[in-house]
Design a protein around this ligand. Structure first.
Ligand code: PGA
Length: 251
């Protein structure tokens, strides 16, 4: 049994004040008996206050990135240890980090290890670009991103690793992949690679999320697929009603 996970990636949106107001609404409207795990990944600047607010709530907090380094003279960076004071999870390898900040598979691999070292659950994002998809390279890109991103990474507990499949062409574009095709791709490509690294039992239990233009209107089509264990939501996680609408579809 894989527990559904709905994660909101706020990216560079919401001040601390806006973040607090948002989370208050979500807390009020969340079903306390829900079997869905809900994670919010705000900018670093809101983490401390949200952590205080969420202390006895079912809502989880994640970071959007961490440094691959542990500490030291790395101006502007935040370590896993710092993030772990407030967070349970960290998004790593997001396509925007890969595209705009030059993050390579090797760097992402170091970040996955840094996250684990500080007790954070890595949410490793993978996904092909439109060009890679159109030239038939999707499978080889996903294979490389998984194998290199997870090189020498240990995973004894499947609840402590999350994979997010986010086709780059579906992020923020309103275009989505067909739910059945994603499910088939997870079964054919992603889980077998995870099984090759950690064995069938662990691979069967690791949650694989879908991300890319998920909205309340299309969430059920993804979440009803047996291989899709939740969603990584960008744009729609910035509206309380849209985010709650998606969580309700996962219940
Ligand atoms: P989107 O973003 O939902 O706005 O497409 C998803 C993501 O970047 O994680």
């Amino acid at each position: 049994m894989r527990i559904p996970l709905i994660a909101g990636n706020w990216k560079m949106n919401n001040t601390e004040k806006e973040a607090i107001a948002f989370v208050r609404v979500v807390m009020q409207r969340l079903d306390p008996n829900s079997d869905v795990e809900v994670l919010i990944c705000p900018p670093f600047t809101s983490l401390s206050q949200l952590h205080k607010l969420l202390v006895s709530s079912q809502l989880l907090l994640g970071a959007q990135n961490i440094s691959e380094k542990n500490s030291g003279a790395f101006t502007g960076e935040i370590s896993g240890k710092m993030a772990s004071e407030f967070c349970t999870h960290v998004i790593l390898g997001h396509s925007e980090r890969r595209a705009y900040y030059g993050e390579t598979d090797d760097l992402i691999n170091q970040k996955v290890k840094a996250a684990q070292k500080s007790g954070l659950i890595p949410m490793l994002c993978i996904g092909e670009t439109l060009e890679e998809k159109d030239t038939g390279l999707a499978t080889s890109v996903l294979t490389r991103q998984l194998k290199m991103g997870l090189k020498d990474v240990v995973c004894d507990d499947p609840s402590e690793m999350v994979i997010a499949y986010e086709p780059v062409w579906a992020i923020g574009t309103g275009r989505t992949a067909a739910a059945q095709d994603i499910s088939e791709l997870i079964a054919r490509v992603i889980r077998p690679i995870l099984a090759g690294i950690w064995g069938d039992k662990i691979a069967d239990q690791i949650r694989v999320l879908y991300g890319g233009s998920v909205k309340p209107e299309n969430a059920a089509s993804f979440l009803n697929q047996s291989e899709i264990d939740g969603a990584l939501v960008g744009g729609a996680s910035l509206s309380t009603s849209d985010f709650i609408g998606i969580i309700e579809k996962a219940s």
